[in-house]
Design a protein around this ligand. Sequence first.
Ligand code: GDP
Ligand code: MN
Length: 376
Amino acid sequence: MVKLSEWRGKELFRKYGVPLPRGRVARTPEEAEAAIQSGAVPLPCVVKAQVLAGGRGKGGAVRFANTADEARSATSAILGLEFKGERVREVLLEEKLPIGKELYLSFTLDRGLRLPILISSAQGGVEIESVDDAAIDRQPVDPFPGLTSYEKRRAAKHLGVSGPVRASLDRLLDGLWKLFVAEDAELVEINPLAIVGDGLVALDAKVIIEDDAAFRHPEYAEIRDDRTPLEEIAREKEIAFVQLDGNIGVIANGAGLTMATLDVLKEFGGRPGVFLDLGGTDDPKKVTEAFLLMAQAHPKAVFLNIFGGVTKCDTVAKGLVEAMGQVPTAERFPLVARIRGNNEKEGIEILQKAGITSIPTLRESAQAAVAAAGGP
Ligand code: GDP
Ligand code: MN
C-alpha cells in the first residue's frame, strides 16, 4: 500500500487544481526559519509533523507559530519526535488560515458496491469514524460517465454550501475526481476541508495509491515514510523484517511458512509482533544479524519455526546461538524452536548444547511459544 504523506498528497492536489494554503516542507529548524524569512510561508503559520498516522492535531504534532523564531522552535520540537511509532523527519509549514467551517470530503472504493464512492460530511476536522452516520453522505459514482453534476449538487446540499463556496466545491470535486482516477488512488481524503472567506481550502491531504497500480508509479518506489527505525535498518541490510503490535517475535523462512506461523500463534491466543523471514539465507552471519535486530525489538518470547531447504537447519542454529551469546543477559527472552528439514539432526544438536529444545510439532511448539510470552 502506497500511503502518501500529507505534503506528497498536497503536491497531487496542486497538480489537479485543489486549492491549498501556501506552504513549504522543512527537514531542519533552519530550513523552517528560512521558509518564513523568504516569504514562502506567511505568518502566522502552522507546523505539521509529516507522519502517516492520523490524529496529529490532538497528539501535539500540529503547532502554531507567530514568528520565524517560533516556527523554528516548533520545528525543532516536532522533528525527531516518535509519533505513534513513526520517527518525524519532515514538517510542513503552512500559512494559518482563518477557518470559517471544517468539512469532510473523500473519494474511496466501496468494495461491497464495487464502485467508487464520494463521501461528504459537514462535520469535518474530526475522524470520520467518530461522526454520526446520519451526518455522512455516501454516493456511489459510476466510473463511466464519471462524476456528474447530480452528485456535485447533492454533495453541496449535504454540506450546506451555496453561492461562491458552491462554485469552489464544484471545481474542487472535479479536480479531486480526476486525481482519484488518473493517479490510481484507492483513497483521496480532505479532512478538514475549510471554508475560508467564500472559497474552500484543503488543510489536510490523505492519498493512498492502489497497490496493484504501483508499477505504474515508479515515482513512489523509494517512499519509506512508514517504516519503523528497526525496519529501516533491516531494509538496508536486506533483511525481511516487519514490526507490528504484539509481543511474540517470529522467525521463519518463506512467506508461506511465516504467515502460517502467525496464524497458528493467533489460534492459540498469542500476539505475534515482530516477524522475520530468513528466506533463502544460508549464511550463519546473516542469521545472527537478523536475530540481533529482532532482539532490539524486545519481544517477550521468540518462536523460531524453520523448514530447512536452501536455508539449512544447522546454519540457522549456528547463527542463532551465536546471536544469543551477544544479547545482554538482562535483555534475553525465552526462545521456542521448531526446526525441521535439511540438516535437522545437526541443527537440533547445536540448539540443545545451548539449552534450547526443538519441539517437533507445529501445534505444541506454538502453544509453548504463547505460554513463554506469558500466555494468551
Ligand atoms: P490530523 O489531526 O493528523 O488529521 O491533522 P490535520 O491536518 O487535520 O490538522 C489538525 C487540525 O489542525 C485541523 O483540524 C485544524 O483544526 C488545525 N489546522 C490545520 N491547519 C490549519 C490552518 O491553516 N488554520 C487553522 N486555524 N487551523 C488549522
Ligand atoms: Mn486531518
